[in-house]
Design a protein around this ligand. Structure first.
Ligand SMILES: [Zn+2]
Length: 447
C-alpha cells in the first residue's frame, strides 16, 4: 500500500480518540510508578520497583485465573464493572499485550480467557480514574475492589497491597505442593536469593528451580495434551499457529534430551542433583544439555526456546521488565496532564511516521520506530485481533514488537553464554535496564 493511503487507513484502524485515551492511561501508570519510586528512594531503590513489578505480574495471574476466568460468557468481550483490574494489574496487562506474538500464542493456547478481552480496557480504566490520574476513584472501583478482595484475599489498591500483603503462594516445582512465602526479606520471593524448602518433598524452591519446573511442566503438557506446545514455538511468520507438526517435533526433541530409559522425563529433583554435581544452576544445566552435540535442536533457536523460562510467571512474555515506553512518553510530555499534550497536527505526523515505518518494514530500508510512531503502534497493538488482521493486511506479516529493555541480541548469543546469564538473571536484567539504549525492536520472524 502507498504510504499516503496507509496513513489514512491507519487513522481509521487506530482511531485518534483511542490514542488520546491511551495517553491518559499512560499518565496514570507513570503516576503510580512515580509513587513507587518515591517510596523506593527512601528504602531500597531499584529493588522496590522490581518487587512492585513482580507483585503486579503475580496479581495479573490472579486476575486472569480468578476474575477473567469466572466471567460470564454471555458478555463476551465486555468486562463488567466488578472485573475492573487493579491499576497495577492494568499496567501488567498492558505490558503483556504489547508483545503481540507471545500474547497471541498465550491467548490461543494457554489462557483462552484472555480472548474475553477484545482489546485493552482503555475506556474502563479512564472512566475510573481521578481527574489528576492519581489512581481510581473509590466509588468507581468499589464493586471491583470487593470482588477482588473476595476472590484473592488481597488489597485492591497496589500500594496498600505492597504495604499489607506480605506473602504470595508458590507451588513446588517438583511435587506441586502449594506454599505461602514472604515477598521480602533475605530469602523473600522478590529478591534474587529467594529460597524455600518444600515441606512435602524437600525440593528447594528458588527462582532457578521454579523456571526449570515451568519448563518441565510445559514439556509434560505439550507431550501429553493435543493442542499444546512449548512457548514461542507455534507461530508462523504470517500469523498462523502450527501446533501439530512443528511444535511436536520441537517438543519431542527437547523431551529426548531429558528422557530416562523408560521413556519418561527424568524427575526434576534428579536433574537438579546432576546440575549441582557439575556446579551448575538448573537452568544453566538445561541450556547446556539442549546444546549437546547429539541434540537435534538448532543452537541458534535455543535462546528463543528458553526465553519464556527466564522468569517463573506463567505467561510467555516477561512483564516485569517492560516499563520504558511509559516513562518515555511521559517525560516527552505527551501523557502529562495540562498543556503538554500533543496537538492533532502532531498526532497526524505520528500516524504518518507509523505508516512509513510499516511501509518500510518489509524492505531493506526498515528502521526502528521513533517514540511518536511507537505511540500509534502500541495503541494499535492494544487491540490484538484487529492489529493482527491489519498488519497482515498491510504488510503480509504478523509484525512482532519486542518491548524495550529486552536484549534482542540475547537471542543470538551462543548457548555457552546463556548458562551464566541464567545463573543470575535478575542481576543481569537490571544491568540491561541501566545500559540499554531505549528503543523498541522489531521482530519479523516467527519463533
Ligand atoms: Zn515438593
Amino acid at each position: 500500500m502507498h504510504t499516503f493511503d496507509l496513513q489514512h487507513q491507519l487513522q481509521a484502524d487506530v482511531p485518534l480518540h483511542l490514542v488520546r485515551l491511551h495517553l491518559r492511561v499512560l499518565g496514570a501508570f507513570e503516576h503510580l510508578l512515580e509513587r513507587i519510586s518515591t517510596r523506593a528512594r527512601t528504602s531500597q531503590g531499584e529493588r522496590t520497583l522490581d518487587e512492585f513489578f513482580q507483585r503486579a505480574t503475580y496479581r495479573l495471574q490472579l486476575w486472569v485465573d480468578g476474575i477473567l476466568e469466572s466471567g460470564d460468557d454471555n458478555v463476551h468481550g465486555i468486562l463488567q464493572g466488578c472485573e475492573l483490574p487493579p491499576l497495577d494489574v492494568a499496567l501488567a496487562l498492558h505490558s503483556l499485550i504489547l508483545s503481540p506474538h507471545r500474547y497471541f500464542e498465550d491467548s490461543q493456547l494457554r489462557f483462552p480467557q484472555l480472548n474475553r478481552l477484545k482489546e485493552f480496557p482503555l475506556y474502563m480504566v479512564v472512566a475510573a480514574l481521578y481527574a489528576d490520574n492519581s489512581g481510581y476513584v473509590d466509588r468507581e472501583c468499589q464493586p471491583a475492589a470487593e470482588r477482588w478482595k473476595q476472590i484473592t484475599g488481597l488489597e485492591f489498591e497496589p500500594i496498600s497491597s505492597m504495604e499489607s500483603d506480605a506473602t504470595r503462594v508458590v507451588r513446588c516445582p517438583s511435587c506441586d505442593e502449594a506454599a505461602r512465602v514472604p515477598w521480602t526479606g533475605a530469602e523473600g520471593f522478590a529478591g534474587p536469593d529467594f529460597a524455600h524448602a518444600c515441606t512435602e518433598c524437600e525440593m528447594p524452591t528458588t527462582h532457578d528451580t521454579l523456571r526449570a519446573g515451568k519448563l518441565f511442566k510445559a514439556l509434560h503438557k505439550a507431550k501429553e495434551t493435543p493442542g499444546f506446545c512449548l512457548p514461542n514455538t507455534a507461530l508462523l511468520i504470517r500469523g498462523e499457529l502450527d501446533v501439530e507438526m512443528r511444535c511436536s517435533a520441537i517438543t519431542n526433541e527437547v523431551w529426548s534430551c531429558f528422557e530416562s530409559s523408560d521413556g519418561q522425563l527424568i524427575p526434576l529433583h534428579d536433574v537438579a542433583t546432576m546440575a549441582a554435581a557439575g556446579g551448575h544452576s538448573l537452568m544453566a544445566y538445561v541450556a547446556e544439555t539442549l546444546s549437546k552435540p547429539d541434540s537435534a535442536i538448532r543452537p541458534e533457536s535455543i535462546p528463543a526456546l528458553l526465553r519464556a523460562f527466564e522468569h517463573s510467571f506463567p505467561f510467555t512474555q516477561d512483564v516485569v521488565d517492560a516499563r520504558h515506553f511509559i516513562q518515555d512518553i511521559y517525560h516527552r510530555g505527551w501523557s502529562k496532564l495540562g498543556t503538554g499534550q500533543p496537538s492533532t497536527g502532531e498526532l497526524d505526523e505520528a500516524y504518518a511516521c507509523y505508516g512509513e515505518f510499516l511501509h518500510l518494514v518489509t524492505t531493506a530500508a526498515r528502521r526502528e520506530p521513533a517514540w511518536k510512531e511507537d505511540l500509534i503502534w502500541h495503541t494499535h497493538q492494544l487491540m490484538p485481533e484487529r492489529y493482527r488482521a491489519n498488519v497482515i493486511g498491510y504488510t503480509g506479516l504478523f509484525l512482532d514488537h519486542l518491548p524495550r529493555g529486552e536484549d534482542i541480541n540475547a537471542y543470538r548469543k551462543p548457548c555457552a553464554n546463556m548458562g551464566s546469564s541464567f545463573a543470575d538473571v535478575r542481576v543481569s536484567r537490571s544491568q540491561i535496564r541501566r545500559s540499554a539504549k531505549p528503543r523498541c525492536s522489531v521482530n519479523l520472524g516467527g519463533a
